[in-house]
Design a protein around this ligand. Structure first.
Ligand code: ADP
Length: 469
């Protein structure tokens, strides 16, 4: 919050508090009018023209102040003028209702507490001073006979001349005014202190927030630059790696002349390392495309099973050397249609099956299932592998995560496959999750929302496809 805003707030607050004094004045007008009327009904002889004069004065003041307080900039001087006028009105009311014997003496207290709470630091002492002077002054003027003393109640017409009564009432009222001034002033000051501290804390918060936003923007810029750098570097690396791949392939195929067994073995190892490097570069490129929002999708409503059948068939050959068998249990099952970008979804599924094979020791099994579940199509990939350590499961979908257990096994990997898979599934408006027990195995699930049940002509195509499979 800027200092200017704080000032406006202060002005607004002051205006609100001053408007409250208008409300209190109306309250006093009502109380006085009502009590005077009720009193007269029960035999009190108030000097009604005097009371009406005081009430009219209060109404006039209220009208003037309501207008003043609605102005944009209220000069504090007006507020102090209000304090003086109010004391004058109260003293007038007290005068016409019996001076020191008036039932309206507590109005002095109301005035002190009321304005002290709703107005400013100086209002309390000012009220106290003016109140005491008015009250004592009125008494003295009436006593000297310079002002008429009204006796609304016949019960004790000489009460105002009784020293004990006058002393007790005078001391009590002045003491109460002093205590009220002090206590309400104390409360107001504590509140004001709190308010200032709060405004300051708020200002600090706004500053901290601005600094945070700046550094956040800077981090975003850096992140974007990093993604761009990876993207450019990966592109540059891909061409020479493809060159190396084909050169090695030619050498291995004896296109450049005969080679010894030893040389063939070395060439094979180089070829495999190069392939891993190409896979890494491809993953990095996919990740930077995802982060830059360039991983575009083309969706088509179709059945999922043919895609899984094809992929499993392809991957089964890769799993053979490891003696891990891949089983697709639901190859002949009919499923509702889903919206698919087949190429991207294949990539996600391939990553999951690849992981299942990679992290399952020899003679293990990977079971793939596809089934309908409450309007969705679920694919599960279950393995009997090493599992994911429980304490690391939270990080599984983050970039470059690799489990401690698989690192110890010295398996190859980039830690990017699941990040890519999750992004692809999310773009399909689906969900991906897993269950895993270390040493016992892992099951990954992908859920895709179904669009509608399989249609007839697609069923024919499907049956044909599965039969040929
Ligand atoms: P990569 O397999 O290249 O390391 P991924 O992002 O595909 O990267 O997987 C991240 C990590 O999650 C893996 O390194 C491994 O620790 C763990 N993981 C994923 N799938 C499995 C699985 N089927 N069994 C055990 N661990 C797995």
């Amino acid at each position: 919050m800027r200092a200017e805003d704080l000032l406006t707030l202060e002005r607004e607050e002051r205006r609100k508090r001053l408007q409250w004094s208008v409300v209190i004045r109306y309250l006093v007008i009502t109380i006085v009018t009502l009590l005077s009327w009720v009193g007269s009904q029960f035999g009190a002889s108030f000097f009604l023209p005097g009371i009406l004069f005081a009430v009219a004065m209060a109404l006039g003041v209220n009208l003037a102040f309501s207008y003043l307080y609605s102005l944009k900039n209220i000069h504090l001087g007006w507020a102090y003028a209000g304090v003086l006028v109010d004391m004058l009105i109260i003293t007038t009311i007290v005068h016409f209702t019996g001076g020191i014997t008036s039932v309206f003496l507590p109005l002095y207290l109301l005035q002190i507490v009321g304005t002290n709470v709703h107005f400013s630091k100086l209002a309390g002492p000012l009220n106290f001073l003016v109140g005491t002077i008015s009250f004592v002054g009125l008494y003295l003027l009436e006593r000297q006979g310079w002002l008429l003393h009204y006796t609304p109640f016949d019960v004790a017409p000489d009460l105002h001349t009784n020293v004990a009564y006058v002393a007790a009432t005078g001391i009590t009222l002045v003491t109460l005014m002093a205590v009220s001034t002090y206590r309400s002033g104390y409360v107001v000051r504590s509140l004001q202190k709190l308010e200032t501290e709060l405004a300051k804390a708020n200002e600090d918060l706004v500053k901290a927030n601005r600094a945070y936003q700046l550094s956040n923007q800077r981090l975003k810029d850096l992140d974007r630059m990093k993604t761009e750098f990876i993207s450019v570097a990966s592109h540059q690396l891909r061409t020479p790696l493809s060159g190396i791949k084909w050169a090695l392939k030619m050498l291995m195929d004896h296109d450049a002349g005969p080679i010894t067994e030893n040389q063939a073995d070395l060439l094979k190892k180089s070829y495999q390392s190069n392939e891993r490097m190409i896979a890494l570069i491809n993953d990095l490129l996919d990740v930077s495309r995802i982060e830059e929002g360039r991983f575009t999708y083309v969706f088509r409503e179709q059945e999922l099973t043919p895609l899984v059948v094809e992929l499993v068939d392809e991957m089964r050959h890769l799993a053979q050397p490891k003696q891990v068998s891949i089983v697709y249990e639901d190859a002949a099952k009919h499923l509702p249609l889903v919206n698919l970008d087949a190429q991207k979804f294949r990539l996600a599924l391939q990553n999951l099956i690849d992981n299942a094979v990679k992290y399952t020791p020899a003679t293990g099994t990977v079971i793939i299932r596809t089934y309908e579940d409450r309007g969705s199509v679920v694919t599960s990939i279950q393995d009997t592998g090493v599992g994911i350590p429980a304490e690391q499961q939270n990080h599984v979908f983050t970039k470059f995560f690799r489990g401690d257990n698989v690192m110890r096994m010295q398996t190859e990997g980039t830690g990017l496959g699941l990040f890519i898979a999750r992004s692809v599934v999310q773009q399909h408006k689906g969900r991906i999750w897993f269950e895993s027990h270390e040493g016992r195995g892992t099951t990954f699930y992908i859920l895709l929302p179904a669009t509608r049940p399989a249609v007839a002509d697609q069923q024919d195509h499907f049956t044909h496809f599965v039969q040929s499979y």
